[in-house]
Design a protein around this ligand. Structure first.
Ligand code: PEP
Ligand code: MG
Length: 747
């Protein structure tokens, strides 16, 4: 590199600051910026390409290429060198652009004369805004310093774009966070909601990306990092020894906070002319870019920790706390990267909807959202980067779609859908007191699934005939400590009180698999869904199970009690669990405590094996409840939490219906009461087919009782059964289409 090519990023940023200080329109600014970068880089060309939509880039300003091409030349993500930079996020630096893989010749820009090409992504915290390109006639590779300088400038451009510096005159760029965006994620909890964004973690705004005095910025950075370290140490000292995961995160924070590499890179950023805040953000952006490419879950978690730590540092530097003073908007839709169950419960029913960037179907947050019946969309792309507090948002939990800042047409269509649902709700309310009796006179009992105190009001409002599944693990999941026996007993008693004599089926702790208690040592299992979970844990380490059974007996205060053991795979597991129940009863009698006047002990049928257990099992058990969520995943060998496969097999697949029919038959011939309590029980079409093959008790989310009852009351199970038989005889794979045709006519 000759001296004349030496590029000083500080000088470049100084000139950039001067451009920004002028009162000019967005296009003028961009034009000035391309000119000054070309000059500072001693190159003939500098161009700025910005995203027009998710996958189209547009040439928005250039020095050196033909002016007529501005706002005309467009390319798709991945197309040409610019598109490649945009897609991969990696720098392209070549001295022979026409020979570089992916080069696309664009005659309209007159670029054939340029050999060297340097393209850098313009991004802010993982949000891609465009590509900054420098080209020159002379065939040369840009030096590391030059590449770094262009990266720094690109970062400042992104910061300025965030502040709206390029909006306005010439339509160089429309304001960020103002366009409609649709997020196609996954369904965490069904339902629809319209409301306004409430960010769980407010965004930090950096208003001064360029340093006026680097020495002072260095000092600010050092002071802030010191404050951060002291804070992390304090958190570590006050953390509870038992909270292993929490301690692990804090230890990681400490490691990063003391990391010399992290510090050095931030110092170098300041040295190149960035302010302390921008220096932290540049590092954070790089970490986020890595995060999106890391496949390993553990490493991704660590990068998240680094991201959290950077946010803390930014808050210290900018003085912007978590409490921004912003008021929660009306009809809040919570937007977060992820959220813990306890935090979600704190928001409670005030939320209209939840949209998470991560999350999983079986995550604790999803379990709580489900219990609170709040529509939840998971895996919603970069929603935390895009959404601003107060933005209008529509949540379609059924489809797993969230519309941010939707246009009028989308809003109107969505409102129509919600109005239709509201009408349906009114219809359901009018039949609340009526039984779920079909036209052919079959009586189906509809019960509700519950697990939180927040569910109890639904017992009355939904028209449920008792609780068919009380998931007791939720009380264990939402705490940071193991609940005490007295605490549980009091809670179970309140549940029974609320049920006013209707039966409540308490399922004993179903932990393991996806449900890991925050205060228990996680077991490292290759396949937790088929691992040490539920009753397997209860029988191997009976302490907690015994405590829970005792709490249940005491809660009953002499009233009848119903207990169900989850995940029974073979007869002797049930025998052993039942023996624990008998022992607990005997102990309570010896202690002189009142014991339930009647006790029923059932098993959840969640593994295909149990369907084929001996007649003795069916005779011994007081009732069987089919846990369709687990049963289906094991029947089809398709993980219920894996988006790729979880919808692949239809519940109304003939093989599965045949299998379920076999269970109905066995229970009927052996006189074993039977119910179904998986999610499918709450889906009207599935529920109707379950009733048609003989299920007479279905337990579901409270909100599903109305729709299921309404449909059941309109149909003839004999007709539907005939359709199922006919489809089977014809060799259909699923009865859905034919069943839907019949049911639609009766809606
Ligand atoms: C089931 O597996 O169907 C069930 C009801 O239990 P859970 O969803 O809690 O595993
Ligand atoms: Mg289950």
């Amino acid at each position: 590199m000759t001296d004349s090519f030496k590029t000083d990023s500080r000088q470049m940023l100084g000139r950039l600051r001067a451009v920004m200080a002028e009162d000019a329109g967005g296009q003028t600014r961009l034009n000035q910026i391309t000119r000054l970068i070309a000059e500072e880089m001693h190159s003939e060309v500098c161009s700025i390409y910005l995203f027009r939509d998710e996958d189209t880039l547009e040439l928005c300003a250039t020095e050196g290429l033909k002016a007529e091409a501005v706002h005309q030349t467009r390319m798709r993500l991945g197309e040409g060198l610019v598109g490649r930079v945009a897609r991969t996020g990696s720098v392209i630096n070549t001295d022979d652009a026409p020979s570089a893989p992916g080069f696309r010749f664009m005659a309209e820009t007159g670029e054939e004369a340029y050999s060297s090409f340097l393209g850098v992504l313009i991004q802010r915290l993982g949000e891609k805004l465009g590509v900054l390109v420098v080209q020159s006639k002379q065939a040369r590779l840009f030096s590391d310093e030059e590449v770094y300088a262009v990266e720094v400038v690109a970062m400042v451009l992104a910061e300025m774009a965030e502040l709206g510096a390029f909006v306005g005159e010439g339509a160089a760029m429309s304001a960020l966070h103002s366009q409609p965006v649709m997020f196609r994620g996954g369904c965490g909890q069904e339902g629809h909601a319209q409301g306004h964004v409430w960010l769980h973690e407010p965004r930090v705004v950096v208003t001064n990306p360029i340093a006026e005095d680097p020495a002072q910025e260095l000092e600010r950075l050092h002071e802030a990092v010191e404050t951060l370290r002291v804070g992390v140490d304090r958190m570590l000292n006050s953390a509870v020894a038992g909270e292993k995961d929490h301690l692990d995160v804090l230890e990681t924070y400490r490691m990063f906070a003391n990391s010399k590499g992290w510090m050095r890179r931030m110092e170098a950023n300041i040295d190149s002319g960035l302010s302390a805040e921008a220096a932290v953000e540049k590092e954070q952006s790089a970490a986020r870019a890595r995060m999106s490419q890391v496949g390993d879950a553990y490493l991704r978690e660590r990068l998240h920790d680094l991201d959290d730590l950077s946010n803390r540092l930014l808050r210290i530097l900018t003085g912007q706390g978590r409490e921004t003073g912003a008021e929660m908007p009306p009809d809040p839709i919570l937007v977060a990267r992820n959220i813990g169950p306890a935090e979600l419960l704190d928001y409670g029913r005030s939320l209209k909807g939840i949209v998470l960037e991560e999350g999983a179907v079986g995550s604790h947050a999803a379990i709580v959202a489900r219990a609170l019946a709040i529509p939840l969309v998971i895996h919603a792309g970069r929603v935390t980067t895009e959404a601003l507090n107060g933005d209008l948002m529509l949540v379609d939990g059924d489809q797993g779609i969230a519309h941010l800042r939707p246009n009028e047409t989308v809003v109107a269509a969505f409102r129509d859908k919600m109005a239709m649902q509201a009408q349906a709700q009114e219809r359901y309310a009018s039949i609340r007191e009526l039984p779920a009796e079909t036209r052919c006179g079959a009586r189906v009992k509809l019960k509700m699934n519950a697990g939180l105190m927040a569910d109890l009001p639904s017992l009355e409002g939904s028209g449920a005939e008792g609780v068919g599944l009380f998931r007791t693990e939720l009380q264990f999941l939402i705490r940071n400590y193991m609940p005490k026996r007295a605490e549980l007993s009091e809670l179970y008693a309140r549940v029974m009180d609320a049920a006013k004599g209707q039966r409540v089926v308490f399922r004993t702790l179903d932990i393991g698999s996806d449900k890991v208690l925050p205060y228990m040592k996680p077991t490292d299992e290759p396949n937790p869904a088929m691992g040490w979970r539920a009753v397997r844990v209860g029988l191997d380490k009976p302490g907690v199970m015994r405590m829970q059974l005792q709490a249940l007996i005491r809660a009953a205060k002499g009233r009848p009690l119903t207990v169900m053991f989850p995940f029974i795979a073979q007869h002797d597991e049930f025998t052993a669990a039942r023996a624990e129940m008998d022992k607990a009863m005997a102990r309570e009698r010896i202690l002189g405590h009142p014991v339930p006047e009647r006790i029923e002990v059932g098993a959840m049928l969640e593994t295909p094996a149990l369907a084929f257990a001996s007649d003795d099992f069916y005779a011994q058990v007081d009732f069987v409840s089919v846990g369709g969520n687990d049963l289906k995943q094991f029947f089809f060998a398709a993980d219920r939490e894996n988006e790729r496969v979880r919808r692949r097999y239809d519940t109304l697949n003939v093989s599965f219906l045949n299998f379920l029919e076999g269970i109905v038959y066995r229970c009927a011939t052996l006189g074993t009461p039977l119910s179904f309590c998986g999610e499918d029980a709450g889906r009207p079409v599935e529920a109707a087919c379950l009733a048609a093959i003989g299920f007479r008790t279905l337990s579901m989310r409270p909100a599903s009782i109305g729709p299921v009852k309404s449909l059941l009351r309109a149909i003839d199970l004999g007709d539907l059964r005939d359709i199922i038989h006919a489809e089977r005889a014809r060799g259909a794979q699923s009865v859905r289409e034919a069943a839907m045709e019949y049911l639609r006519a009766h809606l």
